[in-house]
Design a protein around this ligand. Structure first.
Ligand code: ADP
Ligand code: ZN
Ligand code: ZN
Length: 736
């Protein structure tokens, strides 16, 4: 050993590389565990995190490289962060270093020191408060929108303002020229609402019971399922719980939400009702600088409440004492690439390790969660009344589409109901189940349907733009006029996409103001929140949209929900399809009649007697779930058995098949209780020009699956085909 090697410290550094384990480097300066460092790795420089410090290394001292740089002015990562990501990397069979680095904000993965940009927030000063909106010309919609938002919500950050309109800066400038606006520099996320609300509604019995039960056991790990129908006041319960657990201490709470579209309303309510607690949000719509800033505020314990999407479950929170997972059944909690973790499940693990309570809220819990609540592993709190007494549950009715004359996909009862709403000045929502609803190009003579050349899927007609698009790979081509199969020159789009529906409605109800909300119309940043603002402002009569609209948006003037085509999901081979459809319909039904106006839900279907619709009518989640669980038990699906998938794809199927067969054979040679099937092709055999295959594992315990995967994954990584194909392990897959 050389002189200098003896005195240097050995750092165990986690790096963003697809290899197991951590890497040894030496440092002649003191470096702490949890610090970021820059190290040489192959020909490049890489950012890493020091996860441990040792006295010696298995690598010969002469070969040991030194770190290039360390960032000692930055707050260090705590050990909980490491151990949680280590657990997840092991459980989800993903390289630890990659798991760890990808849980950091992007700015911390760069080799530069990380700094956040300065931000401002704005509010109406006295002059602005006493101003009249009529002083703003009616055609200055952006100015009016900003004015109204500031008046209702108090202080708004730049991020919040940009959600109102992309041209908010111009609008705000105009208001400022009137002398109505004051401003202040802020820590990006912390802006609190100026107009705090101290209106505390009196809790009803169900709410009071829920709050009391949870608070009684707040000092230890305990998962709770808060099963409450839409409008039953779950958010109010969250607010009371946070008030109680954050009072008089420095503790922190983490609130997970499925998609960021949900956050503005929840966030605004939290900010007005909990103004004394610094609150930050964490989601992918934030700029990198703001995201880093918010993350730091969480990591250093300044932020007391963190509202975030999936990835924020890993945020370091030194004083975390309470967790909430809102809409816990939502599929967006599952990451679908890289490390395929489920944020709700990770949150449960985190709560257990920290020995703190966790509340899972939903109107339609995941069957796994429901099962745990029924078996007593989770506490079950039920709220079956709407919180606002005059707000009634919507009437749910089915229209048997096989018995009526349809007009371009719309039934006479639905058209009539739309007309009535229009006359009353109320809003309607037409809900389309995305799957099985897209219009395709069909040849009536030979039944040829325009296919995607790169995927096993059909191209979707986008009539207005005049092209066909694949919704799986994004491939686009012009609409062909002549059938390439039989020469028929009279090709027609069939099916009712959102665009065609919009056109049909415009024809049937020319006076209606129609707004289409789907993936196409909301592609632009902030497009969705602008649209939602327009709906709130009463600028829209009929909303046409996909499941994007089903989530917690609260439209008080919406009294009719029409559901257009659900039948394909009733009989889908995907084992979770029925559960999802039920959740979607419950949620979408919850949009109707939120305020004092009774709502109506009209479902068009060929199967009006299906048990799913009966359950929906009676709002009987429990009975319906019991039926589905029975089916799952017979089929040996979760939550009765545990599953894992190996997914693989390549330019041709041969190597995929050989790789998966190797995995299957290797597993069968192990002494294991887990079952492995034969490699198969998934429903979508080709995707983006890649031939796909998968291998299913099944076991009665998580443990048995873990044992198999832990032995298998390293062998797969070492396999000669491993680098020639793309493959991944998906533990607890959502679908297969
Ligand atoms: P959920 O989150 O379950 O959909 P919310 O918490 O949004 O329900 O409550 C629905 C509506 O009822 C909201 O407008 C809320 O302000 C109101 N609300 C909730 N609890 C009460 C209560 N105890 N008394 C009066 N209004 C309430
Ligand atoms: Zn395609
Ligand atoms: Zn043809």
């Amino acid at each position: 050993m050389t002189e200098s090697a003896q005195h240097a410290t050995i750092l165990k550094v986690a790096l963003d590389v697809p290899l197991d384990g951590v890497f040894d480097y030496r440092s002649d300066v003191p470096v702490q565990v949890g610090q970021r460092v820059v190290v040489p790795f192959g020909p490049r420089k890489q950012v890493g995190v020091v996860v441990d410090i040792a006295d010696n290394s298995e690598i010969a001292p002469a070969k040991l490289k030194s770190i290039l740089q360390h960032f000692d002015h930055e707050p260090v990562l705590d050990s909980e962060f490491f151990s949680l990501l280590k657990f997840c990397a092991d459980y989800y069979q993903y390289p630890y270093g990659q798991a760890l680095l990808s849980a950091l904000p992007a700015r911390l993965r760069q080799t530069e020191p990380a700094q956040a940009r300065q931000q401002f927030c704005y509010w109406l000063n006295e002059a602005g408060q006493s101003a009249d909106i009529e002083a703003i010309p009616a055609r200055q919609m952006v100015q009016r929108r900003i004015f109204t938002a500031l008046r209702e919500r108090g202080r708004l950050s730049e991020a919040e303002l940009s959600e109102l309109s992309p041209s908010w800066r111009k609008g705000l400038l105009a208001l400022r020229e009137q002398g109505w606006i004051d401003e202040e520099q802020i820590y990006a996320g912390l802006s609190a609402t100026l107009h705090a609300s101290n209106v505390q509604p009196e809790l009803n019995d169900e709410q009071a019971h829920a709050v009391q039960s949870i608070l009684q056991q707040r000092e230890r790990f305990k998962p709770w399922l808060l099963h409450g129908i839409t409008g039953s006041g779950k958010t109010e319960v969250y607010i009371r719980l946070l008030q109680a657990v954050l009072e008089g201490n420095q503790d922190q709470a983490l609130v997970l939400v499925p998609e960021i579209n949900l956050t503005p309303q929840l966030e605004a309510r939290f900010r007005t009702r909990l103004p004394q607690y610094p609150l930050v949000t964490l989601h992918s719509n934030l700029g990198e600088s703001e995201r880093l800033q918010n993350w730091r505020l969480a990591q250093t314990g300044v932020a007391r409440i963190v509202i975030g999407t999936r990835l924020s479950v890993f945020t370091p929170l030194p004083r975390l004492k309470f967790m909430i997972v809102d809409e816990e059944h939502d599929t967006s909690y599952k990451q679908q690439d890289s490390m395929r973790y489920h944020a709700r499940d990770v949150a449960l693990v985190r709560a257990q390790r920290r020995n703190i309570p966790i509340v899972l809220g939903s109107a339609t819990p995941a069957l796994e969660t429901w099962h745990n609540a029924q078996s007593g592993r989770y506490g079950l709190l039920s709220m079956q009344q709407r919180a606002v007494s005059q707000s009634q549950l919507p009437q749910v009715n089915c229209v048997d589409v096989s018995r009526v004359q349809m007009q371009e996909g719309l039934s006479p009862p639905l058209i009539k109901a739309l007309k009535t709403r229009l006359q009353r000045g109320e809003q309607s929502l037409l809900f389309i189940n995305r799957r099985g609803y897209a219009p395709v190009l069909l040849c009536n003579a030979c039944h040829w349907i325009a296919p995607c050349m790169r995927c096993s899927s059909r191209l979707v007609v986008h009539l207005r733009q005049g092209f066909l698009r694949c919704h799986h790979c994004g491939h686009e081509q012009k609409i062909v006029r002549q059938c390439p199969s039989c020469g028929n020159a009279d090709l027609h789009p069939t099916g009712h996409g959102t665009q065609r529906l919009e056109e049909t409605l415009a024809k049937l109800l020319p006076e209606a103001r129609i707004l289409r909300v789907d993936r196409d119309s909301t592609r632009r940043k902030h497009a969705l929140s602008e649209m939602l603002s327009a709906v709130h402002a009463g600028e829209v009569d009929i909303l046409v949209g996909t499941q994007m609209l089903a989530k917690g948006h609260d439209f008080p003037n919406l009294t009719l929900v029409g559901v257009l085509d659900t039948d394909s999901a009733l009989f889908s081979p995907d084992f979770r399809a029925a559960e999802r459809l039920f959740a979607q319909l419950m949620q979408v039904a919850g949009r109707a009649g939120r305020a004092d106006k009774p709502g109506e839900v009209l479902i068009q279907t060929t199967f009006p007697e299906h048990q799913l619709f009966n359950a929906l009518r009676s709002q009987e989640y429990g009975t319906y779930a019991a039926g589905l669980l029975q089916e799952r038990e017979i089929a040996q699906f979760p939550p009765y058995e545990f599953l894992a998938l190996i997914k693989a794809e390549a330019n041709e199927y041969g190597p995929v098949q050989r790789f998966l067969q190797f995995a299957a054979d290797t597993t069968r040679a192990m002494a294991t209780d887990a079952l492995v099937y034969d490699p198969i092709r998934p429903q979508m055999e080709r995707l983006k020009g890649m031939e796909r295959g998968q291998l299913l594992f099944q076991a009665t315990t998580r443990q048995a699956l873990q044992i198999v995967l832990r032995q298998l994954t390293p062998q797969l990584r070492a396999h000669p085909l491993s680098n020639k194909i793309r493959w991944a392990v998906d533990v607890d897959p959502q679908e297969f």
